[in-house]
Write a protein that binds this ligand. Structure first.
Ligand SMILES: Nc1ncnc2c1ncn2[C@@H]1O[C@H](COP(=O)(O)OP(=O)(O)OP(=O)(O)O)[C@@H](O)[C@H]1O
Length: 251
């Protein structure tokens, strides 16, 4: 289980003083569950995902993954243990230009101490499922955005993490690649794996996620199934909900 309890994060900003990017956010994810993280630009989605991936420290609060406590004091040994169970695709995940996609995935699989036979089996399955055979042996600097993103998603998944964190995984993809990627992510669900999926596409949130977490100005404003969220917000659709939030920001 992923447990997030009263997590906050403040950034110092030279121009405006302090920015409170997350304010007392609490929620749980059960094994097998996928949560869709929604929110307007600047709502705090990436900040939350980076904290869960241990690349950023929370200012306050507690978190645990399957009983392992995150360290907010910067204890690298504790966070290293967590990292073994986490796969993270951030908005800025890059690829080594002078490696092929296959070499990249082999590299990360070996870094995670995967057995060679298992690594090759998983790799072939990923290549087939995401239609990567045509480009996987080319250097990644020649890849299109969609091709890069497919390799990045595989990189986050190669070691079979319990918690998969995907930050806007389909941004910039054409409709066919978007469908391929979302179908692949759906197939990668299993009864143990938890997923945090941030997106600006409502159809993906509805199609992929068991529950939704709506962040607004750093606070978790609504959470639950889509129906529960709409009921809490007294809205008929997610579009209506976000239009209301956007209008509130203009006031
Ligand atoms: N390193 C930083 N220093 C100062 N402020 C930051 C930093 N990182 C994020 N912020 C601020 O924290 C707030 C939340 O940012 P965050 O990137 O988490 O939002 P987001 O919901 O992921 O937005 P988007 O949908 O645009 O990616 C914003 O006001 C942002 O400017």
């Amino acid at each position: 289980m992923l447990s997030v309890d009263e997590v906050s994060r403040t950034f110092g900003d030279a121009r405006t003083g302090e920015v409170q990017a997350l304010k007392n956010v609490s929620f749980c994810l059960e094994p097998g569950e996928t949560a869709g993280l929604l929110g307007m630009n600047g709502a705090g989605k990436s900040t939350l995902l980076r904290i869960l991936a241990t690349t950023l420290k929370a200012s306050e609060g507690k978190m645990s993954l399957n009983g392992l406590e995150y360290s907010t004091e910067g204890d690298e040994q504790l966070n290293e243990k967590i990292r073994h169970h986490v796969g993270f695709l951030s908005g800025s995940t890059g690829l080594y230009k002078r490696m092929t996609g296959r070499e990249t995935l082999e590299f990360f699989g070996r870094m995670s101490s995967m057995e060679e036979e298992n690594l090759q089996t998983v790799l072939e399955e990923f290549i087939a499922r995401l239609g990567m055979a045509d480009f996987i042996d080319r250097y990644t600097d020649k890849y299109s955005t969609g091709q890069k993103q497919k390799v990045n998603i595989c990189r986050a998944l190669i070691h079979g993490p319990d918690l998969l964190i995907l930050d806007e995984a389909t941004t910039g993809l054409d409709p066919v690649a978007r469908l391929q990627v979302t179908e692949f992510i759906k197939k990668m669900r299993n009864p143990q794996r938890m997923m945090m999926y941030s997106t600006h596409y409502f159809d993906e949130a509805e199609n992929l996620c068991d529950k939704l977490l709506v962040l607004h100005k750093g606070s978790l404003m609504y959470s639950g199934t889509k129906e529960e969220v709409l009921q809490q917000a007294d809205c008929a659709s997610l579009t209506e909900l976000f239009t209301a939030l956007a209008n509130e920001c203009k006031i």
